[in-house]
Design a binder for this molecule. Structure first.
Ligand code: SAH
Ligand code: MG
Length: 215
């Protein structure tokens, strides 16, 4: 159902409704709660519980066995995706900040997923080329530096299997998507590149989530 108000951007959820939906469909077990509760000094910028659950469902829908993530933070989205894969699945996640990576490794070990998730410390642009020997991938999930998305998107399209998914968080660029900055132009180039090469959508989550199926 939609009406003129919702088409113009009005939303019918409140914090209470969101919390109800999260706990009914996307609740946290101990491992997820641990990776969602960041320590002092680390930003709380993980995907939300419902977006994390959507990632799990997408992993199941394409029966993913090989996933690349750019932007680990402390492992919440990596744990969501990796636990939705079979035991033979592998997820490589790239994190620039060694402190974040260290906490992520501890959270991943506590979730019993150390065999399935490898945390690579470095910048996305430097680490992605080290993974080409593992291609083709089933999913590439982008959630790091936003000015890198267009290059990451190009890399994803070159190394996903046909029918594989490119997924990208913060695709509304914190509200600046239509701005004049270099970052906004780059994010629009990312959208247009994905739309041209995929069957794609930008789901209007709080900050936009692109999902594209590579043709
Ligand atoms: N996907 C995570 C949240 C990631 S937050 C989750 O939902 O749980 C974004 C992360 O990207 C931060 O930890 C930040 O340090 C990292 N990052 C920023 N620039 C980067 C770069 N160029 N390469 C790799 N990681 C980067
Ligand atoms: Mg994000």
């Amino acid at each position: 159902m939609a009406d003129d108000d919702s088409r113009a951007g009005a939303r019918y959820y409140s914090p209470d409704i969101l919390a109800y939906a999260d706990r009914t469909h996307a609740s946290h077990d101990a491992s997820l709660a641990r990776a969602f509760a960041v320590p002092e000094g680390i930003p709380r910028i993980q995907v939300g519980p419902s977006e994390g659950k959507l990632l799990e469902l997408l992993v199941r829908m394409v029966d993913a066995r090989k996933i690349v993530e750019v932007g680990t933070l402390v492992g919440y989205s990596a744990i969501r995706m990796a636990r939705a894969m079979g035991e033979d699945g592998q997820l490589w996640t790239i994190e620039y900040d060694p402190k974040h990576a260290e906490i992520a490794r501890a959270n991943i070990a506590a979730a019993g997923l150390a065999d399935r998730i490898e945390v690579l410390v470095g910048a996305g642009a430097e680490m992605l080329p080290t993974l080409v020997g593992e291609a083709p991938f089933d999913i590439v999930f982008l959630d790091a530096d936003k000015q890198g998305y267009d290059d990451y998107g190009k890399w994803a399209l070159g190394h996903l299997r046909h029918g594989g998914l490119v997924i990208a968080d913060n695709a509304f660029l914190f509200g600046d998507l239509l701005g004049d900055s270099a970052g906004a132009k780059s994010m629009r180039a990312f959208h247009e590149r994905i739309a041209a090469a995929c069957e794609s959508v930008c789901i209007p989550t709080p900050d936009g989530l692109v999902v594209g199926i590579k043709r």
